[in-house]
Design a protein around this ligand. Structure first.
Ligand SMILES: [Zn+2]
Length: 471
């Protein structure tokens, strides 16, 4: 029992010490990060002489606890998903398929205004089916895995993404806004529901279809995929069901009561159907999430709503002593981001993650590995304390003298001889302290052999002495 109590005390004491050291560490961290905040957006490259600055940023990242991530098309490029704004890829292939349709840019294919034109709707449907087929084949990139790793290490506060590919879900991350409607806002469990989301899709999800009228969502199926590929938007089964019910009840039929299914993504010029929920969740992250590091990856920050998110989040991160970094290969226009983004690291996102793996390998240990290391450290520390305590309580008797005998000091040999020749005392000691008994055996073989030889010479090989030595 005493042993157990001691262990518990040791543990609680070591936790207190840990708390104290965490506080000290936190103060150092805040002081370090405050030095790293910049008034002007600073540019860094992975392979030039900016290493000192990058090292400091890496150190801070390694210590941060609540990381906010914002991603854009740049993180999915290496998965083979094209940036729809670029003039290549899918947009070009659709343009070839519909040469008669005037579409100036890839961005136009994501603009709500296309719904005014039947031909453009057709192009949109074909384009979306191609994009969906592309996404279905894509695998998460190193950057997606990095985000999943942040979650594994309990360091991910939230990942906001402008991407509609949902690749994060392939890694087991919980993606929000898949089926929620504004009614969910009334849900009293909003806060706890929001906390379970890892990824918030700011521009919707390509992997589901949504009705243009009732906003009901459905997973894709082969029949609907074929329909979209032909350039036709399927009718909504939910609207059809309701319409049939009205008919059966003899109610008045309403014109255009049946909506069409389209990918559940947010187009330019339209509001996000879950916009209110996202705002509510964003406020929760800003006010209660305590974000201490903000990583923006693979985006040029062109969308107004996203710019607002960055400014709000950056303010909060800076107030908490953290910094904001952008990993991107193209410029975002410095002047508007001074005081908001501290550093732009000019790099491909996957390359940056590989660089981090080399620079801060500890950061990439899994939570399991970290916990195992902590446990080993705790056990080691307890063992050391126990050893120390047992050394303090052991009277300086025979072992020390045996050690001293190795110096061939004749007087000490005599003292030792007297002790060993007293069987009563020896036996009492053994009863009182079994540890002492074991310590007699512990001395190194070389030394004890020397002791034996000296004693043999002095005591003419007393059988009693040899017995005592053999213990
Ligand atoms: Zn519907």
């Amino acid at each position: 029992m005493e042993h157990l109590r001691l262990t518990t005390e040791l543990r609680s004491s070591s936790f207190d010490e840990e708390d104290l050291s965490i506080n000290k560490e936190r103060k150092r961290e805040i002081s370090l990060s405050s030095n790293l905040q910049t008034e002007k957006l600073t540019h860094l490259r992975l392979l030039d002489g900016s290493d000192t600055m990058l090292n400091q940023i890496n150190k801070l990242l390694n210590k941060s606890r609540k990381i906010i991530v914002l991603t854009g098309a740049g993180i999915s490029c290496n998965a083979g998903i094209p940036d729809f704004r670029s003039s290549k890829g899918l947009y070009e292939s659709v343009k070839k398929e519909f040469p008669e349709v005037s579409i100036g840019s890839g961005k136009e294919m994501f603009d709500i205004s296309l719904f005014r034109d039947e031909v453009k709707i057709s192009v949109f449907a074909t384009f979306m089916e191609k994009l969906y087929a592309n996404v279905k084949l894509a695998q998460p990139t190193k950057t997606h895995k990095f985000i999943a790793h942040l979650k594994d290490r309990n360091k991910l506060l939230r990942c906001y993404t402008q991407n509609i590919d949902g690749l994060e879900e392939n890694l087991g991350l919980e993606v929000s806004m898949k089926n929620e409607t504004s009614k969910d806002k009334l849900n009293s469990k909003f806060n706890s529901t929001w906390k379970n989301f890892d990824v918030v899709q700011l521009h919707g999800d390509l992997n589901t279809l949504a009705c243009t009228r009732c906003f009901h969502t459905f997973p894709w199926n082969r029949f609907w995929a074929r329909s979209l590929r032909r350039g036709e938007l399927p009718t909504c089964p939910e609207c059809e069901r309701k319409d049939l019910k009205r008919l059966q009840l003899g109610k008045r039929q309403i014109d255009n009561n049946i909506g069409f299914l389209r990918p559940n993504i947010v187009l330019y010029g339209e509001n996000h159907p879950s916009g209110d929920l996202i705002s509510q969740g964003l406020s929760l992250d800003i006010l209660r999430g305590r974000p201490d590091f903000f990583i923006i990856m693979g985006t040029s920050l062109k969308v107004d709503g996203v710019k607002k998110v960055v400014r709000q989040m950056s303010k909060q991160v800076h107030e908490r002593g953290g910094i904001v970094i952008l990993i991107n290969k193209t410029s975002v226009g410095d002047s508007s981001w001074n005081g908001v983004i501290d550093y732009q690291i000019w790099s491909d996102c996957d390359t940056w993650v590989t660089y981090l793996e080399d620079m801060i390998p500890d950061f990439f240990k899994t939570q399991k590995q970290i916990e195992k290391l902590r446990q080993l450290k705790r056990e080691n520390s307890e063992l050391k304390k126990k050893k120390l305590s047992s050394t303090i309580h052991t009277p300086p008797t025979t072992p020390t003298k045996i050690h001293e005998l190795t110096s061939s000091n004749e007087i000490k040999i005599e003292e030792h001889k007297n002790e060993l020749m007293s069987p009563e005392q020896s036996s009492d000691d053994e009863k009182k302290s079994p540890k002492k008994r074991s310590r007699k055996v512990i001395p190194k073989e070389g030394k004890i052999v020397k002791v034996k030889r000296n004693l043999k010479q002095k005591l003419n090989s007393s059988p009693k002495l040899l017995k005592a030595e053999a213990i």
